[in-house]
Design a protein around this ligand. Structure first.
Ligand code: AMP
Length: 276
C-alpha cells in the first residue's frame, strides 16, 4: 500500500516505524515519467522503504520562468507510484516554507557557471529545498538523476559540506526512442518542436566523437552550437565540455569529462549531458 502524506509531522510519523530498515528517497517535481520511475526502482534496490516527494519548488523558478505552467498531475503520479513507493510526500508550499521562512543555502564550487549563468536563482532554490526535504525525511539514501548533472554535483557538495547523513546515489538518464532525454518539460513541445528536440542528443554524440578524435575542445563546442542553431533550436544557452567531477574548464581529455548543453525551442528550455 502506498501512503500519501502532506505534512512533515505525518511524514516523520510514517517513517518512524520503518527505521529498522533503510529508507531511500527520490525527490521530484512530479509529472512523473519513466525516468523518475527508474530512480524509484534504483532506490528500491538498496532500501526497504521508498519515499518519493512531489513538490514543484517555487524557489527554483525565476518570476519569468514556467512555475505556473509547470505540468502538475498528482492523480496520475499517484497511480504510477502505486506499488512502487511506500510513502509519497506531497507538501504544500506553506508546509515546506512556513510563514517567516528566511533561510537560503548558497552552494559554490560546481554550482558556478553553466546553469547559474542563465538561471542565477536556480541552485540556491534547489539546495535550500533539497536540504529542507532531506532534513525532514532523514533518509539513508537519496537518488538523483544524471539528467540534471550539475544539480547532482551541487547536491553532493551540499551533503558533503553540511555533513548530512545520507548517501547520494546517481542514476543514468532515461531516453525516448530517438534519444531525447525524458523530461516533464517535453510535454510543452509541439510535434515539430519535438522532432527538433530529438536532434540535441545526436549533436552531443557527434561532439563527443569529434572530441575523442582529438579535436580542439573549444572548436568542438563551437561546432555543436552551430549544429544546434542549424537544427532549428531557437536559442543555445551553452554547450560545454568540462571536468566530470568539478565542472572546471578543461583543454584536454586527460581525465573523465562531461559534455553539457542547454537549449531553447520556442519557450521550452531543455538540458542534456553525456559522459565523454
Ligand atoms: P524533476 O522532477 O525534473 O525535478 O526530477 C526529479 C529527479 O528525476 C531528478 O533527480 C532528475 O535528475 C531525475 N530525472 C529527470 N529526468 C530524468 C531522466 N530522463 N532519466 C533519469 N532521471 C531523470
Amino acid at each position: 500500500m502506498t501512503r500519501t502524506v502532506t505534512t512533515v509531522t505525518a511524514l516523520r510519523a510514517a517513517l518512524a516505524t520503518r527505521r529498522s530498515g533503510s529508507i531511500g528517497m527520490v525527490p521530484t517535481m512530479g509529472a512523473l515519467h519513466d525516468g523518475h520511475l527508474s530512480l524509484v526502482k534504483e532506490a528500491r534496490k538498496d532500501a526497504q522503504t521508498v519515499l518519493v516527494s512531489i513538490f514543484v519548488n517555487p524557489a527554483q523558478f525565476a518570476p519569468t520562468e514556467d512555475f505556473a505552467a509547470y505540468p502538475r498531475n498528482l492523480e496520475k503520479d499517484l497511480v504510477k507510484l502505486a506499488g512502487q513507493a511506500d510513502i509519497v510526500f506531497t507538501p504544500s508550499a506553506k508546509e515546506v516554507y512556513p510563514d517567516g521562512f528566511a533561510t537560503t543555502i548558497t552552494v559554490g564550487g560546481p554550482a558556478s557557471g553553466l546553469e547559474s549563468d542563465f538561471r542565477p536563482h536556480f541552485f540556491s532554490g534547489v539546495a535550500t529545498v533539497v536540504a529542507r526535504l532531506l532534513i525532514a525525511a532523514a533518509p539513508d539514501l537519496a537518488v538523483f538523476g544524471e539528467k540534471d548533472y550539475q544539480q547532482l554535483l551541487v547536491v553532493r557538495q551540499l551533503v558533503r559540506d553540511l555533513a548530512l547523513p545520507v548517501e547520494i546515489m546517481a542514476a543514468p538518464t532515461l531516453r525516448e526512442a530517438d534519444g531525447l532525454a525524458m523530461s516533464s518539460r517535453n510535454a510543452y513541445l509541439s510535434p515539430e518542436e519535438r522532432r527538433i528536440a530529438g536532434r540535441l542528443n545526436l549533436i552531443l554524440k557527434e561532439a563527443i566523437a569529434a572530441a575523442r578524435a582529438g579535436g580542439d575542445l573549444r572548436a568542438v563546442e563551437g561546432a555543436a552550437i552551430e549544429a544546434l542553431w542549424k537544427a532549428g533550436f531557437s536559442h543555445v544557452d551553452y554547450v560545454a565540455i568540462r571536468d566530470a567531477a568539478s565542472l572546471d574548464h578543461i583543454t584536454h581529455l586527460d581525465r573523465p569529462a562531461r559534455i553539457l548543453a542547454a537549449v531553447k525551442i520556442g519557450k521550452t528550455r531543455l538540458i542534456d549531458n553525456m559522459a565523454l
